[in-house]
Design a protein around this ligand. Sequence first.
Ligand SMILES: Cc1cc2nc3c(=O)[nH]c(=O)nc-3n(C[C@H](O)[C@H](O)[C@H](O)COP(=O)(O)O)c2cc1C
Length: 346
Amino acid sequence: MNKIESRKDEHVKISLEEDVAAHHNYWDDVKLIHNALPEINEEEVDLSTSLFGKTISAPFVISAMTGGYNKSKKINENLAVAAEKFQVAMGVGSQRAALEKPELIDTYGIVKDYDIPLRFANIGASQIVLWGHKKTLENASKMIDMVDADVFMVCLNFLQEVVQPEGETHAKGCFDAIKNLADDLDIPVVVKESGAGISFDVAKRLSTTKIAGIDVGGAGGTSFAAIEHFRSKMINDDLYARGGQTFWDWGIPTPTSILEVGKATDWKLQIIATGGICNGLDAAKAIVLGANAAGVAHALLKPATKGSDATISEVDIIIKELRAAMFLVGADNVSKMAEVEAELWI
Ligand SMILES: Cc1cc2nc3c(=O)[nH]c(=O)nc-3n(C[C@H](O)[C@H](O)[C@H](O)COP(=O)(O)O)c2cc1C
């Protein structure tokens, strides 16, 4: 295993074995107002929706997690089985590892064997800065082919990079790199955070580009600072272990980030809400606040390492909970969720 492969392996292992969640889940601070007279039938609730021009059966995204080392192929396959079964969207983890070592392509490419209605390619933003525009377009085309992607995701993960011993903290030129990519790529580009959220100001700047959407990737769920804290502890690197601990809860809460991004973009960009969504009720809250879909990563990781049945069962439960929540607020389709009231304590 090269360095990138072991890092990917360690990220998954640490996420499974240690408690890497933020110390507060902000979804607990959002309450949907119960409708005692919903006047709809639960079985008639229609969860289908359109995301980046594709129809998905529920506003649900299996968020980017893995690929790039041998064992990740099975994890991606189990996630893909569930994405196909429920006709929901799916992302893979950063595809850099396979660009550098083509033998690893099928750890991501396995998702092409499944009929998934919306697939996301994924790369870290610091990579596209380092590559420059021409190489980024060449590599983007390889990544898109690798998973037959409908949408290209650029992941902003500077929190993780700054608390990681081998982190790449090249953020200068990142905005232009995203802007140029969105100008020239022939599939939609989505900018995604990975646990620290997108502010009003950043969303406003991004809205001047041709990106199609934002995955707010807010704080309150998996903390990459926590993951890097444990990685640094494993190699007795006290400096970085300390940094990971200090920045454990850094970031904009996911519910806040949805509202800020929506306001900054006049709700014109599609929004995915990832970060701390543990069940279908959290997903319903995200949709009520204005997200077009809810993304789940960590809650699916353990089932995905167990097998396809466990993954199917978890996605099934989340979607059933989402349906139940929609019934209890009297929304018989996804667009009606925009009219539902919520109380916020954030
Ligand atoms: C093990 C692991 C690996 C991840 N790798 C990536 C990645 O390569 N690219 C990315 O955009 N996000 C990545 N993420 C971030 C998730 O997509 C998501 O934004 C974050 O985990 C918050 O969601 P959660 O609280 O449901 O876990 C990863 C998450 C986990 C747990």
